[in-house]
Write a protein that binds this ligand. Structure first.
Ligand SMILES: Nc1ncnc2c1ncn2[C@@H]1O[C@H](COP(=O)(O)OP(=O)(O)OP(=O)(O)O)[C@@H](O)[C@H]1O
Ligand SMILES: [Mg+2]
Length: 255
């Protein structure tokens, strides 16, 4: 393998590695409906970035583009410096992208144990499945007690933990997490974020889609705010709160 090029002088921060994700002028549509308009931002190697915005702003659409579930109509996407524009989901998964989709991402007719086995088989091989499962039960003890229960009979919070356990145990290079905290009890949100913090500390880059900025401020240093399919703000997560509020105020949705 070739050595990576040395960073140029004067480049700030950990510039040695290419960004985990770079979107450059990305547009995307659902049939005739255009949902993204020239979206550009980066997630640095091992960085955590919050993707914020109100309902319908395009957050999940960006998440779908990054994991290959939706094609881009214009622009470019690179992962770790490699152009991956419009590669199919399985290639992007192999390149290290995992996407925890909005909603529940669980096979309802399979048990908790079967769901985990299926998820780990591909990434850890047959020999690694049992160890991965034990790690998953350690991270989310409630799942251990429900291992023989069918996915469909779990509560919303338990289903979310199961879908998260599937990706957290064999961590990807870039995790795209869509509204993980939606509808979860505060204690469960804490468990979820604790696990995100853990894999982030291990070097996993995170793109965290959230509607509620306070959940992510402690984890993501930087935030991107979408508005009507375009980037309306990019900067420190702490400043994103004010940016979101002023956007909502401008739309008459506050006060
Ligand atoms: N499958 C689809 N077909 C047509 N339009 C869609 C589809 N999915 C999303 N859209 C539209 O694209 C726009 C962006 O939707 P998206 O789901 O990305 O928003 P979001 O920011 O994730 O919103 P939310 O916070 O409600 O999850 C919205 O106007 C939405 O109605
Ligand atoms: Mg969404």
């Amino acid at each position: 393998m070739k050595e990576p090029a040395a960073p140029s002088e004067g480049v700030a921060g950990p510039a040695v590695k290419a960004p985990a994700l770079e979107l450059d002028g990305v547009s995307a549509s659902y049939g005739p409906y255009r949902a993204l308009f020239g979206v550009s931002f980066t997630v640095g190697a091992g960085e955590a970035v919050a993707l914020l915005g109100s309902n319908g702003a395009g957050k999940s659409t960006v998440a779908r583009v990054v994991s290959g579930l939706l094609a881009v109509t214009d622009g470019r996407m690179t992962l770790d410096g490699v152009d991956r524009t419009n590669q199919p989901p399985y290639r992007l998964a192999r390149a290290g992208v995992a996407h925890v989709v909005e909603g529940r991402g669980v096979f309802g007719r399979l048990t908790v144990e079967e769901n985990l086995t299926l998820a780990f088989h591909q990434r850890a091989g047959r020999g690694g499945v049992a160890a991965c499962r034990e790690q998953a039960y350690e991270a989310f003890p409630v799942l251990a007690g429900r291992r023989h229960q069918k996915g469909a009979t779990l509560s919303g919070g338990e289903q979310r933990m199961l879908s998260l356990a599937k990706v957290l145990v064999a961590p990807p290079r870039l995790l795209v997490a869509d509204e993980l905290s939606l509808g979860l009890a505060p204690a469960i949100i804490d468990v979820v974020y604790e696990n995100l913090r853990r894999i982030h500390a291990e070097g996993v880059a995170l793109l965290i889609v959230e509607q509620h900025v306070d959940h992510v401020v402690g984890l993501a240093a930087r935030a991107v705010v979408l508005e009507h399919g375009s980037v309306a703000f990019e900067g420190p997560a702490s400043a994103a709160v004010a940016a979101v509020e002023s956007l909502l105020a401008a739309r008459g949705e506050l006060g």
